[in-house]
Unconditional design. Structure first.
Length: 111
C-alpha cells in the first residue's frame, strides 16, 4: 500500500481518549494526528465512510469536531483496530487546538 499522506503525522506517547459526542461512548484512543486527520486505535471495527461527531480533551479544553472514517483494519499485533479519520469542516477552534497539540508533540520530540 502506498502512503498518500502529504502532511506529517505526529505520534502520541500517551493516547488521548476520543468519544462520540452524541452518547458519550468511547470510540478509541488517538494514536497520531495531522492537521487534516487522525488515526484512532479502537477495541472494535469502525464503520468506513461514516461521519462521526467526536470530542476529546486536550489539556483543559474539550475539542468537538466531526470526522469521517476513511479506512479501518485489524491490527496485526493484537485484538485492536486502527482507523483513519479525515476532519470534516473543522472549526477555527478545532484547528487552533490541534495546532497546540502538534506544537507540544514537536517540543517533546525535540527534547
Amino acid at each position: 500500500m502506498t502512503d498518500e499522506r502529504k502532511l506529517q503525522r505526529w505520534k502520541l506517547r500517551q493516547y488521548l481518549r476520543v468519544f462520540d459526542r452524541r452518547n458519550g461512548t468511547l470510540i478509541g484512543h488517538l494514536a497520531d494526528i495531522t492537521m487534516a486527520g487522525m488515526r484512532l486505535v479502537s477495541g472494535g471495527p469502525i464503520k468506513i465512510d461514516e461521519t462521526y461527531h467526536l470530542c476529546m480533551d486536550i489539556t483543559s479544553e474539550r475539542v468537538e469536531f466531526e470526522a469521517r472514517c476513511v479506512w479501518c483494519r485489524k491490527d496485526e499485533k493484537g485484538d485492536v483496530y486502527n482507523a483513519g479519520f479525515r476532519l470534516v469542516n473543522p472549526s477555527s477552534n478545532t484547528i487552533t487546538n490541534i495546532q497546540c497539540l502538534v506544537a507540544a508533540l514537536k517540543a517533546l520530540r525535540d527534547m
